[in-house]
Design a protein around this ligand. Structure first.
Ligand code: 6CS
Ligand code: FE
Length: 305
């Protein structure tokens, strides 16, 4: 008898569309003293309450310049461009995302393990961590399209088989994130409710959803209810800042019609004890570049000299 993992957060299919309470903690242990060099106890409390936190200008101008150089190299890499892990914008050939940058770029591999990120993730999740997913989102000027409202966890649970809400994203801003060029928008506190979505997950859904997501998107009335309860905040930040956000916080970002790109690199830290199982939509698992499955290795945080 195979030990079926209990689906704590059913969504899509015949699940009924509503908000259900989160049954998992947000912060899994009080911050150890070693964490306080990166994040204060007050900031941990704010993260627990809101489901996200902006740490301003964590990385130096020199570090940001090296990330931006890598961002341009990857965008202009002709071989990479033809791979499945590179997604272009709907309606133009502009690069929208490059996935799995922690496996294709030594620089971003080192950044994912940087203690300023990995130690904080280990502390908040109170476990060893591995990278579930990484990506560069370019949000280019003029033609960078929106990322509609969603909970990352709903997709990672249903389509990747992530059992519990014991994961978080760190988005490092590589350009200005201002109110006009498509900064991340979040509903503070929404991470404590799970928005059950409607619809049947299409086969190979990711081939469409990474350009424009139509499934795993909450119904209008749930989004209206969540905004009424929690309001809406823009994560406005200078380059080199870190936006930490819980896997289940409701977020999205608008299209960018300004000349200024809004480019961020994202690392998704998942607790080793929360490694993915079979997808809860009972369809074939998504490819490795979207969700680590075959290569799950504990991250060893590195301090930069
Ligand atoms: O499907 C995913 O995993 C991706 N989709 C979105 C809109 N955010 C999380 C992740 O990058
Ligand atoms: Fe997302």
């Amino acid at each position: 008898m195979t030990s079926e993992v209990v689906d704590k957060y059913p969504s899509r299919g015949n699940a009924s569309v509503r908000l259900i309470p989160r049954v998992d903690p947000v912060v899994y242990a009080p911050p150890p003293v070693s964490l306080l060099q990166y994040i204060t106890a007050e900031q941990v409390a704010q993260y627990e309450r809101d489901g996200f936190l902006v740490l301003p200008e964590v990385f130096s101008a020199e570090e940001v310049a090296s990330f931006q150089e890598e961002l341009d190299l990857l965008r202009n890499d002709a071989t990479l461009r033809s791979s499945d892990g590179v997604i272009t914008e709907p309606g133009s050939g502009d690069v929208r995302s490059v996935f799995s940058v922690h496996t294709i770029s030594p620089l971003f591999q080192r950044l994912a393990a940087d203690a300023r990120l990995a130690e904080v993730a280990r502390g908040l999740l109170d476990d060893e961590v591995y990278i579930h997913q990484s990506r560069l989102n370019y949000k280019p000027g003029f033609r960078g399209k929106e990322f509609y409202w969603h909970s990352d966890f709903e997709t990672w649970h249903v389509e990747d088989g992530m059992p519990s809400m014991r994961a978080l994203s760190m988005s490092i801003t590589l350009t200005e994130n201002n109110p006009y060029n498509g900064a991340l928008m979040l509903m503070p506190g929404s991470h404590k409710s799970y928005a059950v979505c409607s619809g049947e997950t299409p086969d190979e859904h990711y081939k469409a959803s990474l350009k424009k997501q139509d499934y795993g998107v909450p119904e209008d009335e749930l989004l209206t209810e969540l905004q009424a309860r929690h309001g809406l905040v823009g994560a406005i930040a200078k380059p080199g800042s870190v936006i930490i956000f819980d896997c289940n916080v409701m977020h999205g970002s608008n299209s960018n019609i300004t000349p200024d790109p809004r480019s961020n690199v994202f690392f998704v830290y998942n607790a080793i004890s929360n490694r993915v199982v079979e997808p809860f939509c009972h369809k074939p698992a998504r490819p490795e570049f979207l969700g680590s499955r075959k290569h799950i290795e504990r991250l060893v945080p590195e301090t930069v000299e």
